[in-house]
Design a protein around this ligand. Structure first.
Ligand code: PMM
Length: 268
């Protein structure tokens, strides 16, 4: 069963929810609502990674997210921490996070691999080439799936060398990160080719720009939730470990269709 990871961006500048959850109490309330809608995991982030976004100092990032993680952990929610910084990963682990979600796969902070290994937590390594300011200039691939796979494999080697056990690593091809629209669709079309790496794979398509390529030009960001839910079903069908989404309720409904068809197939 594919897990549903609900996005909780505790940032004033997140592109898709306008920073509505920027205060601690509002963030906690939103996380609890996401859990009630069926999120298996809450992904708590304090630094926006949208194209062009500036960096946030780790101390500010931690001020935003650590109180949220402490409270959610106290309430028994499963939490991943979306961070590029080893100091934040370490603080989040101490605050009760269960998974480190590093969109740079350890490239942004040279200390991340060893710090993450020492926490003993699971670690999501996403495909990444550069920070948000530069990533749209780094979109050359000979074959996007082969190249992303090769670059992820190098990250796995670095994580293993830093002492992380393979059974704690989850991979993510990084839709929208240093990818033009067609790259993202091609990765989705060929998701099964990531099976060769022998590790769980998760997908984050939610509300990204490439998703809008199936919508009218004047569509609003929230209209991306329907195509996102379809992508989540396709990813689940391809065996994805998890999907990272803003619209948890819609994703749950979409995945229920897949589950019903699957059980009807087994019964027949
Ligand atoms: N995308 C964003 C942030 N974190 N983490 C993983 N593992 N995979 C993703 O695709 C991913 C991520 C950017 O989206 P947001 O700004 O809506 O949070």
């Amino acid at each position: 069963m594919t897990l549903v990871m609900g996005v909780l961006n505790v940032t004033p500048d997140s592109f898709s929810d306008g920073g509505r959850w920027a205060s601690t109490d509002a963030a906690i309330a939103h996380a609890i609502a996401l859990q009630a809608e069926g999120a298996d995991l809450i992904d708590v982030g304090g630094e926006s990674t949208r194209p062009g976004a500036g960096r946030v100092a780790p101390v500010d990032e931690q001020a935003r997210i650590i109180p949220v993680i402490e409270e959610l952990s106290r309430r028994g929610l499963m939490i991943s921490v979306d961070t590029l910084n080893s100091s934040t990963a370490e603080a989040a682990a101490a605050a009760g996070a269960h998974i480190i979600n590093d969109v740079s796969g350890g490239l942004a902070d040279p200390a991340m691999a060893s710090v993450a290994a020492a926490t003993g937590l699971h670690y999501i390594a996403m495909h990444w080439r550069a920070h948000a300011q530069e990533m749209d200039r780094m979109t050359h691939y000979d074959d996007v799936v082969v190249d992303v796979r090769t670059e992820l494999s190098a990250r796995v080697d670095a994580l293993l060398a830093a002492g992380m056990s393979a059974d704690r690593i989850i991979l993510d091809p990084g839709l929208g990160f240093s990818k033009v629209t067609e790259h993202n669709w091609e990765i989705l079309a060929r998701l099964n080719e990531f099976d060769q790496l022998g590790l769980p794979v998760m997908i984050g398509a939610s509300r990204k720009r490439f998703v809008a390529s199936v919508l009218p030009a004047d569509a609003q960001v929230l209209e991306r939730d329907l195509p996102t839910a379809v992508i989540s079903v396709l990813a689940a069908q391809a065996g994805a470990w998890a999907v990272r989404v803003h619209d948890v309720a819609g994703t749950r409904t979409a995945l229920s269709v897949l589950a019903r068809v699957g059980s009807a197939r087994m019964d027949s």
